[in-house]
Write a protein that binds this ligand. Sequence first.
Ligand SMILES: Nc1ncnc2c1ncn2[C@@H]1O[C@H](COP(=O)(O)OP(=O)(O)O)[C@@H](O)[C@H]1O
Ligand SMILES: [Mg+2]
Length: 331
Amino acid sequence: MIKADILSEILDKVNDAVLVLDKDRNLLFANKSAVNLIKLKNFEFGKNIFNILSDLEIITLFNKIFEKAEDSFEIKFKDRVLNIRKYLLNDIYKILIISDITASVNYKTFKMELVGNLTHELKTPIALIMNYAETLLLNKDLNDEKKEQFVSNIFESAKRLNDLVSDIILLHKLENESGNFVVKVPVKIQDIVGELKLAYDNGDKSVLFEYDDVEVFINKTHFVSVLSNLIDNAIKYSNGKNVLVNIKKDKIKDFIIISVDDKGPVIPDDELGRIFERFYTRSKSRNKEKAGTGLGLSIVKHISALYNGFVHVYKNRYGGNCFEVILSEKK
Ligand SMILES: Nc1ncnc2c1ncn2[C@@H]1O[C@H](COP(=O)(O)OP(=O)(O)O)[C@@H](O)[C@H]1O
Ligand SMILES: [Mg+2]
């Protein structure tokens, strides 16, 4: 047989809170997790649990636990979700096992929401493609102008699907990346700027770059993704003729500071908290050129986090938005 003190030590290693009470609700045993969870201080075993507890919220929690007739149930406690199991041993001992299942409940909700969002986002362009293609198939006598318009609509929706799938795959990869990596080959900021200048050369807005001519230990795909998402947004959502991009390296701290300034209008305060959420997009026109996936800023946020950095947005002196990203190099 294992001795009681050894058994108690074993139970202290368990993450779940384990409590043993007698019929009169006197507390006979509590493992370490239980002591922490219900904030027991200077207590003696053998006393009624309600005399031992001092925190009002925990007293309420225990009232609820004892009221419930079921042997297993979930209960909300502050911002946590607890799973409670009750067992009766030898008709005398009441054993309570309390597990914090917040993380798994949150994960389930997150997965449900994600699948719901994905289904919704992917279904719209698929439905459009099917409708236009069906109309083309069933109406052979459509004039050329109409036919061209429908084919162009099909192309736009297919492009949107492609953008969505690429962004979703990238975001999925980023979410599974731990951040424990080093970048072996540095990139020259000048080379990246050169590529971006070419890409944005023929647009209706000028993208002006100011940068330190240095090499940085940031993965090239990540770097380009941050910049192009912020520049695309500034072009899409602002009115001015220019977008200003600044890429600097803080030589002392190995920080890279990227900022993208536009000339507004500024993002309303009540939207600021939401724009970094997955699938949040104000561009409602789903199959127009402006349509976004709503994933761009989530991608920027994830990449910043991989480099122990962050992204934030503030109102700039041109009456517009400045998105600033700080990254620390991975050497
Ligand atoms: N520079 C900007 N100016 C104004 N609004 C912006 C800017 N950048 C982002 N936003 C807002 O944030 C939302 C989310 O951006 P993002 O995640 O890139 O998704 P998307 O561009 O696909 O809509 C945009 O729909 C837009 O409402
Ligand atoms: Mg975007």
